[in-house]
Design a protein around this ligand. Structure first.
Ligand SMILES: C[S@@+](CC[C@H](N)C(=O)[O-])C[C@H]1O[C@@H](n2cnc3c(N)ncnc32)[C@H](O)[C@@H]1O
Length: 251
């Protein structure tokens, strides 16, 4: 007869929030690749029935022996119904963890930089073991592909979502040496007009699908005015002291 004082339930599995990088599968860390290929359950977001980019980036490390936990996420700006979807996702993930299985949640770029993993972290952190594997972020990948220094010495580097109102953007833009403006989408024409108004258009570079097929890197001033910015696009503004020094010495 088993000893009733001994807890025979399996130990909780670990939830891994894994950054898979910005698009090029070779920009994934060795640690991310190892965890993805050895974890029995792989979870990721899907919108309108289509798996997100994170699943595609990690594809080479996933086999049919692993269970794929597809989490449908309505892609809207409003917090609901996303909040409910994350509640349900957290509950589904906990079922596997409670049974002792580790679960990997795939995130494009880095999990904690505008990453969906933070919504699971806030729900589950007090209750289950969690480990996070950082990933190469999209601004870093875009800067590398465009060969643009972002900041040096006493420079200030600022991250701004294009979803902010002009007045909020204006509170930060003039102070920064390096800037990334994320989540362009339908905001691109407004952002471009704002940068032109404050004299920053000529220092801005538009980067679409950095490190992926279909990558586009052009000075923002040369981008056709009607160019539709896809979800994976951003603007880099580079005015570092290093770039300034080289421009001066080239004269
Ligand atoms: C929800 S955020 C995710 C950011 C991601 N976690 C990261 O670490 O970069 C989505 C935004 O990131 C930017 N983005 C992500 N990947 C990109 C890429 N490969 N090229 C250009 N922009 C990208 C776009 O501005 C997009 O709207």
């Amino acid at each position: 007869m088993s000893d009733p004082t001994i807890d025979t339930r399996p130990a909780f599995g670990t939830l891994y929030g894994v950054g898979v990088g910005p698009g090029d599968p070779e920009l994934m860390t060795l640690k991310a690749a190892r965890i993805i290929s050895t974890c029995p359950v792989i979870a990721y977001l899907s919108a309108d029935g289509k798996p997100g980019l994170a699943r595609a980036i990690a594809a080479a490390h996933i086999t049919s022996a692993q269970l794929e936990l597809v989490i449908d996420m309505p892609m809207r700006t409003a917090r609901e119904p996303g909040e409910t979807a994350y509640d349900k996702a957290a509950a589904r993930i906990v079922e596997h963890l409670r049974a002792g299985a580790d679960v990997t949640f795939l995130c494009e770029g880095d999990p904690l930089f505008f990453g969906s993993f933070m919504y699971l972290l806030e729900r589950l952190q007090p209750f289950v073991p969690i480990e996070i594997v950082p990933g190469v972020t999209s601004p870093m990948a875009a800067a590398a592909r465009a060969k643009l220094p972002l900041c040096a010495r006493d420079d200030v580097f600022t991250t701004l979502p294009a979803t902010l109102a002009d007045a909020d953007l204006m509170r930060h833009l003039p102070q920064a040496n390096g800037v990334v403006i994320m989540k362009l989408g339908r905001h691109l024409p407004r952002i471009r007009a704002l940068l032109a108004r404050i004299g920053l258009l000529e220092t801005a570079t538009y980067v679409e699908r950095a490190s992926m097929e279909g990558e586009t890197i052009v000075p923002l001033s040369a981008l056709p005015a009607d160019h539709p910015a896809p979800y994976f696009s951003l603007i880099l503004i580079s005015q570092t002291s290093v770039a300034a020094k080289h421009q001066a010495s080239a004269l």
